[in-house]
Design a protein around this ligand. Structure first.
Ligand SMILES: [Zn+2]
Length: 82
């Protein structure tokens, strides 16, 4: 398999592992990228596809429903209303 093909298709198992590693934690996309051999864009895409965004305030990965966009940044409910 070429590098290019691998880049396009992240297998389902890896997607699950990335989601489990990041969801409900404050691990960074950078950490996940290194552990799972991906790049940050791929990690961000996986998390966005499975409904998680990272709070720019506290770094916590939240579900879409728990996070608001303020000034083009994702901010979680805890950071909005401390
Ligand atoms: Zn937050």
């Amino acid at each position: 398999m070429t590098q290019q093909a691998e880049k396009r298709g992240v297998d389902a198992l890896t997607r699950d592992e990335v989601e489990i590693y990041l969801a409900g934690s404050c691990n960074t996309a950078d950490d996940a990228a290194e552990i799972f051999g991906l790049d940050e864009d791929q990690v961000a895409a996986i998390m966005s596809e499975c409904g998680h965004e990272r709070c720019e305030g506290c770094g916590w990965w939240c579900e879409d429903g728990e996070i608001d966009i303020v000034d083009d940044e994702y901010i979680c409910a805890d950071c909005l209303d401390p």
